[in-house]
Unconditional design. Structure first.
Length: 241
């Protein structure tokens, strides 16, 4: 499985409920390890044997960026992930942090083929509309090439999907989330959601926008503002990632 290693952050869920939420992360106590090496995955035993106490586990991460499988297969993936986390804890692993890609969609045309009904009910647009966009509003290709496509982290439906995957990871025994690849395309993102947020960003920083952001003409006006304020646009892009 291809798992790119780039800047990431951890969202801890169960730690917030612990009596001493930072205990497992104290200097000198925590030993961090990825539980995969290239194509060799599920290395909790080796990690624990080498003294690691925190692992960054795949869990449902692969199905997260490649599209959920049919219900029966998904349940097996969930069951296997839960069993793996229980075994890791028995071996001495204190925290298992589940992997999720912050932007990647693989095989876009089949990505939502098996979305469960409860997830579909929350979505307003198809995955093809979740992609980062260039200056002309066209979908951008992934920096990885191949079947990868970059989703926009400001897109509300993508965020809904990511929230659904966070729940999947936490329900199978992961203690938090490792978000890989929280990256904005070098040529983006100029989608309507980003442009609306950029307009608000300009206003907050003393630049009068003077447009309503509810239609395509206004989106184009904000794209022109991005061209006219490149430094501010770069600063705004940094807040996304």
């Amino acid at each position: 499985m291809r798992m790119p290693v780039v800047a990431c952050f951890v969202l801890s869920a169960s730690l917030a409920m612990a009596a001493d939420p930072m205990a497992e992360l104290r200097t000198g106590r925590a030993g961090h390890a990825f539980d995969h090496l290239g194509g060799i995955g599920e290395q909790a035993e080796a990690a624990a044997g080498s003294g690691a106490t925190i692992i960054y586990a795949t869990g449902l991460g692969e199905v997260g960026f490649s599209g959920l499988p049919a219900a029966g297969e998904l349940e097996k993936v969930r069951s296997d992930a839960a069993a793996y986390n229980r075994r890791a804890k028995q071996l001495g692993i204190k925290l298992s942090i589940g992997y999720l890609c912050a932007t990647s969609i693989v095989k876009l045309e089949k990505f939502d083929a098996h979305f469960p009904a409860e997830l579909k009910a929350q979505l307003k647009t198809p995955p093809a509309d979740w992609l980062e966009q260039d200056r002309q509003g066209k979908p951008l290709a992934s920096w990885y090439g191949g079947d990868y496509r970059p989703a926009c982290m400001n897109n509300p439906d993508w965020r809904t999907y990511e929230s659904y995957m966070v729940r999947q990871q936490l329900e199978t025994g992961h203690d938090g989330i490792f978000f890989d690849n929280p990256t904005v395309h070098p040529q983006g993102c100029y989608c309507p959601h980003c442009m609306q947020k950029f307009a608000a960003f300009l206003e907050e920083n003393g630049v009068t926008v003077g447009t309503e952001t509810g239609n395509s003409a206004d989106v184009e006006a904000i794209r022109k503002l991005a061209d006219a304020h490149p430094k501010e646009f770069q600063r705004f892009r940094a807040t996304i990632a």
